[in-house]
Each structure stands twice: as C-alpha cells, then as structure tokens.
Design a binder for this molecule. Sequence first.
Ligand code: GLP
Length: 241
Amino acid sequence: MKIVVLKDKKAQGQAVAALFAADVLTNQHPVLGFATGSSPLPTYAALIDLYKANVLDFSNVTTFNLDEYVGIPAAHEQSYYTFMRENLFTKVNVDLSRCHLPNANAADPALECRQYEQAITKAGGIDIQLLGIGLNGHIGFNEPSDVFPDQTNVVALTDSTIEANTRFFASRQEVPRYAMTMGIGTILRAKKIVLVISGKDKAEITKAALQGPIVPQVPASILQTHHNVVVVLDEGAASLL
Ligand code: GLP
C-alpha cells in the first residue's frame, strides 16, 4: 500500500483526480469506479476543473458506482444516482448511458446483482476504483461481518451507518435500511484502488484498516492484500498512524 498524507481535503482531491486523470489519459476505454459520500467530493470538483480546462475528455469513459440505496427511487434527492449526476456526470462530457449504478429497486435483485457483475466484466474490468470508508470500516456498503462478500449483493445497513446517514434525510425514519453494493471481491478485482479518508473522526478506523489485522469485522482491512492501492489521507485521518 502506498500511503500519502496531505494537508487538507482540497489537496487530497487534486491528488486523487490526478490518479484518475492518468487513467483517462492513458487508457483507450477507461473504466472508472466511483463512490459517494463527502470524501470523494473534492476529487469530483478537481476532475470537473480538468475537464473545463480541456485537459480531460470523458467521452470515452465508462463508470461503475459502488452502491445504491434500496427503497428510494433513482430520482430521489438522496439517491446515489442523483448524487453522481449533480456532482459529476452532468458537469463533464461523459455519456450517461455508460454511467452505471446498481438498480437497487430491480424486481429481481439477485439477477440485477449478477448483471452488474457481468456488465463490469464486459467493460473489461474496473481500471481504477475510488473508495471512501465508513466510520465502522465499511467500503461501498460492505458492513462489518463474519465474511468478506465476493459479489454485488443486497445488504442490511448497520445502526451506525443509518445513524451516520441520518444527516442527509429529514428524519432517521426516512433513511433506507438496505442497499445494493459491489462485493469485496468486486472491489478487489479493480486494477487499482484509491482510498481517500479525511478528518480526525476517521483516525481510529484508518489505523485499524491500514495497520490492524485483516478481518471482515473491518471490511477495509482487506485492502492490505491488494497489489495496487493508494491511500490518500489528510493529517487528521493519519494522526494515529
Ligand atoms: C456511505 C457510502 C460509502 C462511503 C461512506 C462514507 O456509506 N456508501 O461508500 O465511503 O458513506 O462517507 P463519507 O465520505 O461522507 O464519510
């Protein structure tokens, strides 16, 4: 694992955008894996700047997002589809028909999960996958568990995740209880992984994920086994390393 510690979120965003820019510039058909949450926002802002400066062309890019809530429509203001449209997809020249998120409300969720995996394979696999981390160590929505799930699947969100996500909804009652997420195996099959973590409140989970034992109770700890991971921290997140 390469660990980079930077001053603040803006610098983190620029560094992560540079890593994604390298793939967009060097691959004929770049396949980018995206994430939601507050951590990736400076990256998306920096990618939009590179597009506006005519450095990056997204017309050939395919994207796959990590996860989506079950039980709210794609058009809901808090869906991850809306998040990606607002924070990136409508601000660059990506072809929306090549931007994929799991259809978490599919009539047959198991079939949708299989088809999501197949779509990633058909696109040639993910060249570079962006990840944030939950306070409990989740990546995507792979919550602490006794196993590392391999494939895209539907998960019940933990109380701590529901609590953390309540800030985005009018009340705790409205926070979705389930999500569809890439599995840990799906994430590990990406050729390169970039994990971005900001803030002192993530310092403990950062230490557990990067320096603790590799256990499914800390899902992000599995990243220690991947051959091409860059972890981009700010000083707060790195403060216990
Ligand atoms: C959600 C997403 C995760 C993300 C996490 C942390 O749970 N499903 O992919 O990493 O939030 O979000 P934040 O970056 O806002 O702390």
